[in-house]
Write a protein that binds this ligand. Structure first.
Ligand SMILES: [Mg+2]
Length: 231
């Protein structure tokens, strides 16, 4: 039986990666259009995760670092200013909910404790949750620096009856599904067409509590089906 359901936020409840891709394309244009910059930027992001964490601010700093490196220190202040403006634009971007986000969370909140577990910049994640209009539907919100099995064990103990009776739902196998399964919870993958290369992982097909759905709209049936089966 499921007592607590955790939802990832970015690209599970609302669009996110698409805005990173658009900004990345603008960044490459700004620096003259060399497509090799994409890999350099991704390398910088990966290298900097341990210092800046996940989110827009780290992405901005990685763009600036890549611009300095790619121009061998010649990049001008107006270009740096433009990169910072692009980042601020991302931090102000309106929320685009994904199909079913509101209905599904509302429906499941009637019989379960529903929580958000998200990583990213604290202020930005709080802003997005507030602007999404979904904030009041959740029993709890965890904005974390990374998603590990311990993160899920702690969150599900705090908000529910522990990972054994919990489910995590998200678009990232690496961050949402696999560590939740390792903590003993159910792990439900809702693939999104755009997923950051960093979040790639092989599907844990042998895990008995692993499930895949095409859309959040399929989640209530999945949850109710597990309940029927288990009783
Ligand atoms: Mg996500």
């Amino acid at each position: 039986m499921i007592t607590c359901i955790g939802f990832d936020a970015d690209d599970t409840l609302w669009q996110n990666e698409t805005f990173f891709r658009l900004t990345e394309a603008r960044f490459i244009d700004l620096l003259g259009g060399d497509p090799g910059l994409t890999d350099r930027l991704h390398e910088a992001e990966k290298r900097n995760l341990g210092h800046y964490g996940f989110g827009v601010k780290g992405f901005m700093l990685s763009m600036i670092e890549t611009a300095i490196e790619a121009t061998e220190g010649q990049v001008g202040a107006p270009v740096i200013a433009e990169i910072m403006a692009m980042g601020r634009e991302m931090l102000r971007h309106p929320i685009h909910l994904l199909p079913g986000a509101e209905e599904v969370v509302r429906a499941l909140a009637q019989d379960h404790r529903v929580i958000v577990i998200t990583k990213g910049d604290l202020l930005d994640q709080e802003r997005k949750l507030a602007q999404s209009g979904l904030g009041d539907l959740f029993h709890g919100v965890e904005i974390v620096s990374d998603k590990t099995p311990e993160t899920y064990a702690r969150a599900f103990a705090r908000h529910g009856a522990g990972a054994e009776t919990a489910m995590m739902v998200g678009n990232s196998l690496k961050s949402d599904v696999i560590p939740a399964l390792q903590a003993g919870a159910w792990g439900v993958h809702v693939p999104h067409a755009l997923t950051w290369a960093y979040e790639h992982a092989e599907p844990p097909l042998a895990a008995p509590r692993f499930r895949v759905i095409n859309s959040l709209l399929d989640l209530p049936n999945l949850v109710n089906g597990l309940f029927t089966y288990n009783r």
